[in-house]
Design a protein. Sequence first.
Length: 394
Amino acid sequence: MKYHNDIPQIENCDMVVGIPSFNNSTTIPHVAQTAAEGIRRLGLKGLIVNSDGGSTDGTAEAFLASDTFEVPKFSLRYRGIPGKGSAVRALFEVAHKSKARIFIMLDSDLRSVEPWWIERMARPILEDRTDYVTPLYLRHKYDGTITNNICYPLTSALYGVKVRQPIGGDFAVSSKLIEVFLSKPENVWQSNVARFGIDIWMTTTAINESQKLPVQAALGVKVHDVKDPGKQLQGMFVQVVQTLFELMIEYQDRWKTVSEVIDTEVHGEQPSQEVEEIVVDLKNLKEKASKTLRERMPSRVSLRKELLKSVLENGTLDAEQWVEAVYEFALAYRRERSEEVVLDLLPFYFARVADFVEKTKDISSVEAEGLMESQLQLFMQMKDSFKRRWSVDT
């Protein structure tokens, strides 16, 4: 296989732990050292690799200075479009070149990673039960708003496999699936898959192209750099959702045949931990929803007046209205294949998050999870109608 990146000569190993990064010098040493301890406890021959995007804060140097015991490590500067996906592609190539049985990816901003995470994520692949392990975290109700409102419910409803954290950032992948990822055409890496679309692309590809169902690894609380949905997540939203919509087109023959959602195996028990409180600027979210919609009134989709009125006047959107909007925009994207369609969905996302924050302010994160499950059921209930329109709408 011809590699896109310059991969140094490396020895074969059992496991590669990859850490994509950009300006994470304060957190990456802990991630690297924890990964090394996890590899050591498993008794496997491992390698830890940092794939960096040209950090200016000494991230690579901090990584190389970390104590990883006897576990070797190196840092590389990936090639390609600046973004997480390009960083991960380089890590796939390292894993392939080393003939590793298993590749584990860890976010570089993790504060809660523990050595036992490595075993928890690796075991299902080492025992040949799956090719792909996704994380299952204990998360605050306002953490992961892109996951909660579109990636989790839509991916689960489409492909019939319930994966709670499809863009969680911490994954384990078998050598077989690494080969599938690397066999994809070059234009994949010129798309938003090279950016923040990488996680949803990995998960959706695994669901559709592996012979085995994904397994979820119970990892407890994830403490990382949390982003306010109304202030910091616009770019990520567009990159992730455009990738998700592209995958709907690629795998349409698969999801059209799916009529139920099955649970996937959870490996391990969740530890008893408290999640950190997250504060969301509700006023800003509502204002941003209304303002963005006034500035970008969508002309590509046909939306009910009540739905538009809810966003314009209240800055909120209930679950049923949101599901209706997502399916409308998915149809519009199929016709146009344009990022502009996804940008038009942004005010509705802000409004949906605002509505959820408002309705859950007095309940626990565990109770709020029930509302997310109800939203998944709405995606399932409206899927048949959407499927019929998809088949005739061009």
